[in-house]
Design a binder for this molecule. Structure first.
Ligand code: SAH
Length: 450
C-alpha cells in the first residue's frame, strides 16, 4: 500500500506524456517530475489517486546514465523544457520508444519505428517567443511563468529561443525603467505593457517585435523604436497589439504597425511565407523542413495525383506537395489559417491548391459525396487525432497511399489500427524531433493500400 506524505525510493523506468518520470511502488504507478528513466530517486508522495500517485523529487540517489547537467539554470522552475537534463541522444531514443510502445500497446501494430530524426544543434531552434512582462521593486522583469502559476521568472536568455531575444528583452527593460512605463498587473488590471512577442525569420534574418498593451497610448514610442532600430539587426517590423480584456489569451483584436511592415517573410525549403503578428507558423523551421521533405518522399508523387491535405493549417504541407502533384485540396477549420494558406499559395505562384474552411469531419465526407477522390491523402490532426468519420471517408476514397503526421503517439496508434483493419498497411514510421528538450513527440507514417 502506498501512503500519502510518505517517502519512498523508486526506480524510474518510463516517461509520462508530459515528460515526467514514471516508476512503480509494488506495481502502483508514481509520476515524478524532473526524473528520467534510469534514475533511482527518493520521492515524497504528495498526491494519491486511485490509480496513480504524484511524487515530489527529493533526491537523486543514483543518476541515470543519460542524465546531464542542463544548460539552463531555470530548468526546474520553468515549464518549458521537461527533459533538458537528459542527453540529446537519449531524448531521441526515448521519443522513438514512446512511439513504438504506443503502436504495439494501443494499436497492436507490429512495425519497426525508425530512429528519431534530430537536430545537429538542438538549441536556439524556436523562431517565436512570448514574454510576459512584470515588475519587482521597480525593476522590469521579462521571462516566463513559473510552472503552474502566473509568477514571472526573469530570464535573460532562453537556450531554445532565437538568440536575438536577449537584446530585445534588454531594450524593453531599459525602456520600461528609463521612462517609468507601467507594466500590466493581472490582479488590478492596471498598467500598460502586457507581453512582448518576437518572431524571427531563420532564413531571411527578418525580425518582428510585437508589444501587447492594455491600452492605446504608448509613451515615448519613438524612443523605443529608435532603440530597437539601432540594436536589432534585421528589424523589419514593430507592431503594437491592443488587448484590454481580462484574459490569458495574449493577443487582442487590434494591431497597429509602429515601424516597417506588418509582417515578416521566411522560407521553408523554396517556399515563401508571410508571417504576421497573429498568424500561425511552425516554430522550428529547420525541423519543419525535415518533416515536410519526409511527407513529400512518402507521398511519392509523379505529377498526376490528386492529393488531400486534411488539417492543413496555413497550407504548408499542401504547398510543398502542390509542386509535385496535379492538384491539392487542403481542409482546415480555422478561417484565418485558410486566408493565410491562400495568400501563401499566391505569393509562391501555386495555382493547383484549393482550400476549404470547415471541420474535416464535415468537409471531407461532403467532397466525397460530390464524387471527389484522392490518390494520396495526408493528415496532420491535432492531439485528439482524426474523427472516425474522416478515417472512414478516407478509406472509402481508396487512396493508394496515406501519410499520417502526428503529434500524439496514442491517437496515432488508435487511428493506424483503424486503417490497418480496413486495408491499409503501415510501411514506415518516422519520428522527427520538432521540440528538443520537451516531451513533444512528432512522427510521420506511410501507409499503402494492401
Ligand atoms: N498541417 C499544418 C498544421 C496542422 S496542426 C502545418 O503543417 O502547419 C492541426 C490543424 O488542425 C490546426 O491548424 C487546427 O486548427 C486544425 N483542426 C483542428 N480540428 C479540426 C477539424 N475538426 N477539422 C479541420 N481542421 C481542424
Amino acid at each position: 500500500m502506498v501512503e500519502k506524505d510518505k517517502i519512498y525510493d523508486i526506480k524510474i523506468d518510463g516517461l509520462g506524456s508530459s515528460g515526467e518520470g514514471v516508476g512503480k511502488i509494488n506495481g502502483f504507478t508514481i509520476f515524478v517530475s524532473r526524473a528520467i528513466p534510469g534514475d533511482i530517486v527518493k520521492v515524497k508522495i504528495n498526491i494519491l489517486k486511485k490509480n496513480y500517485g504524484i511524487g515530489e523529487l527529493l533526491e537523486i540517489i543514483e543518476p541515470s546514465e543519460d542524465r546531464i547537467e542542463p544548460k539552463c539554470p531555470n530548468v526546474n522552475i520553468c515549464g518549458g523544457c521537461q527533459i533538458m537534463h537528459m542527453s540529446y541522444g537519449a531524448q531521441l531514443e526515448m521519443k522513438r520508444k514512446i512511439v513504438e510502445d504506443a503502436l504495439t500497446r494501443i494499436g497492436k501494430i507490429d512495425t519497426t519505428v525508425n530512429p528519431t530524426l534530430g537536430m545537429d544543434n538542438p538549441y536556439e531552434y524556436r523562431n517565436k517567443a512570448q514574454f510576459p512582462v512584470g515588475v519587482i521593486d521597480g525593476k522590469a522583469i521579462l521571462g516566463f511563468y513559473k510552472m503552474g502559476t502566473h509568477d514571472i521568472v526573469d530570464t535573460e536568455y532562453c537556450h531554445i529561443q532565437s538568440p536575438i531575444n536577449e537584446k530585445i528583452v534588454k531594450i524593453v527593460k531599459r525602456y520600461i525603467e528609463d521612462f517609468s512605463v507601467k507594466v500590466y498587473d493581472e490582479k488590478s488590471r492596471t498598467g500598460l505593457i502586457r507581453h512582448i512577442v518576437t518572431k524571427a525569420g531563420f532564413t531571411t534574418g527578418e525580425v518582428m517585435i510585437v508589444i501587447v498593451t492594455n491600452g492605446r497610448d504608448l509613451p515615448q514610442k519613438n524612443q523605443l523604436i529608435e532603440m530597437f532600430k539601432e540594436n536589432i539587426e534585421g528589424l523589419k517590423s514593430v507592431v503594437q497589439n491592443i488587448n484590454t480584456k481580462n484574459t490569458n489569451v495574449i493577443f487582442g483584436q487590434e494591431t497597429i504597425t509602429l515601424y516597417g511592415e506588418d509582417k515578416i517573410v521566411d522560407y521553408i525549403g523554396n517556399l515563401k511565407f508571410h508571417i504576421s503578428a497573429q498568424s500561425f507558423f511552425q516554430v522550428n523551421p529547420t525541423q519543419t523542413k525535415v518533416l515536410y521533405e519526409k511527407a513529400l518522399e512518402y507521398a511519392d508523387l509523379s505529377g498526376n495525383e490528386r492529393v488531400f491535405d486534411i488539417y492543413c493549417g496555413i497550407g504548408t504541407i499542401s504547398l510543398f506537395l502542390a509542386q509535385k502533384a496535379k492538384e491539392v485540396h487542403g481542409v482546415e477549420v480555422v478561417e484565418a489559417a485558410i486566408k493565410d494558406a491562400r495568400e501563401n499559395a499566391s505569393i509562391n505562384n501555386i495555382n493547383n491548391a484549393n482550400f476549404y474552411v470547415g471541420k474535416a469531419e464535415e468537409v471531407v465526407p461532403r467532397l466525397y459525396k460530390q464524387g471527389i477522390r484522392a490518390d494520396v491523402v495526408v493528415v496532420d490532426p491535432p492531439r485528439k487525432g482524426c474523427e472516425e468519420s474522416v478515417l472512414e471517408t478516407i478509406v472509402n476514397m481508396e487512396p493508394k497511399r496515406i501519410v499520417y503526421v502526428s503529434c500524439n503517439p496514442a491517437t496515432l496508434a488508435r487511428d493506424l489500427a483503424y486503417l490497418d483493419e480496413r486495408g491499409y498497411n503501415v510501411d514506415k514510421v518516422q519520428p522527427v524531433d520538432m521540440f528538443p528538450h520537451t516531451s513533444h513527440c512528432e512522427s510521420i507514417c506511410l501507409l499503402h493500400k494492401k
